[in-house]
Design a binder for this molecule. Structure first.
Ligand SMILES: [Zn+2]
Length: 357
């Protein structure tokens, strides 16, 4: 009897574990988004922020292989290839050796893959998931890699790196020859049913959220999820709120609030899908903090303890070394609790999926 009971319990444990493997993984990176950046959004919205819908929260240490403060290339590569590397590196290790990235591992396991960003597709963070070059500044070489990368859906800016290149190559034709549909406006993409598409909406980066970008990011993410979800073997998608970082570099609070509102709304789209689907892990985190954002009281020289409102202050125009929050929702979300290294996110995803590097 006891043996049977043990066997039943063991089977139950295996079943519970098996249930924890998500079919789909949506990674959402708010470039430069630290705890206080998120706090600003949460406090501004008085309980209406999608950040408050997550049930598991952890923290990552973001320093890179050659410095205590990372740039977006080394930061993105930690997530992309699962290793800390040097500042400037995209998809290569400290010895400049090419390492398989998360999208390549997913493709090997028949998952569909997608990238949606608000910057050029060749920029540091998306490049860390789609290219392998010794330096982030090598835009045309990164575009070459992306044109050969087999990522099913690519949405963002950066036309000048694919067409009108210094070396005269036409990568748009090459991508078309490889079976991709290429779109240069959102309405054609939103109406399309093609499961292999490249959508390039700007010569370089897209506009800022407070400068006419409209609903692009939430809508493009919704469309891309729907197309990727047609793959029976699941999908891995990387979404970046690329310009949160730039708002903080510029100590521009109006832009920061607009970028965070846009990113928050986009998180809502992913969470709504995951809630319905019940088989999707949504991870929201950042590569590093930018701006050294704090929320001090408006009246800074008051000795009174009756504080009024907070304001937004920056302690730097650069990146900082603070811990970064990781928000997780869906099957396996509890795996992302605790305090750990940035590159462990890559390995935690592979372990949940049962994939090898
Ligand atoms: Zn930056």
């Amino acid at each position: 009897m006891r043996r049977i009971l043990v066997a039943i319990l063991a089977l139950g444990a295996i079943a519970a574990q098996a249930q924890k493997a998500p079919k789909n993984v949506i990674i959402m990176i708010g470039d430069g988004m630290g705890y206080n950046t998120v706090a600003l959004r949460i406090l501004d919205t008085k309980g209406a922020s999608n950040f408050e819908r997550f049930n598991s929260i952890g923290s990552i240490k973001t320093y890179c292989a050659d410095g205590k403060i990372t740039d977006s290339a080394a930061g993105g590569s930690a997530f992309g290839i699962g290793e800390k590397t040097y500042n400037g590196a995209v998809g290569v290790d400290v010895n400049k050796t090419i390492k398989p990235n998360l999208m390549e591992v997913a493709q090997k396991n028949n998952a569909a893959t997608g990238i949606v960003v608000t910057c050029a597709l060749t920029h540091a963070t998306p490049a860390a998931f789609s290219a392998h070059q010794p330096n982030r500044s090598m835009g045309e070489e990164i575009a070459n890699d992306i044109a050969n990368a087999n990522i099913d859906l690519l949405v963002g800016g950066g036309m000048k790196y694919f067409a009108k290149r210094k070396d005269g190559k036409d990568l748009i034709q090459k991508v078309k020859d490889r079976g991709y549909s290429v779109y240069t406006d959102t309405s054609s993409y939103f109406a399309s049913q093609n499961k292999k598409s490249m959508v390039i909406l700007a010569d370089d980066h897209m506009k800022a959220a407070n400068k006419d970008r409209g609903n692009y990011l939430p809508r493009a993410v919704e469309k891309t999820i729907n197309l990727l979800n047609e793959n029976k073997k699941g999908f891995v998608m990387m979404v970046e709120g690329s310009q949160i970082d730039w708002a903080c570099h510029g100590n521009d609070t109006e832009m920061l609030r607009a970028e965070m509102a846009d990113f928050d709304k986009t998180i809502g789209v992913a969470l709504d899908f995951a809630k319905k689907d019940k088989n999707t892990l949504v991870l929201v985190f950042a590569d590093h903090e930018t701006g050294g954002v704090t929320l001090p009281p408006v009246e800074t020289n008051s000795l009174s303890e009756e504080y009024g409102d907070y304001t937004v202050k920056y302690s730097t125009g650069a990146h900082s070394g603070t811990l970064i929050p990781v928000f997780a929702y869906g099957p396996g979300a509890e795996t992302f609790q605790g305090i750990y290294e940035n590159y462990e996110i890559f390995h935690k995803i592979l372990k949940l999926k049962g994939w090898k590097k």
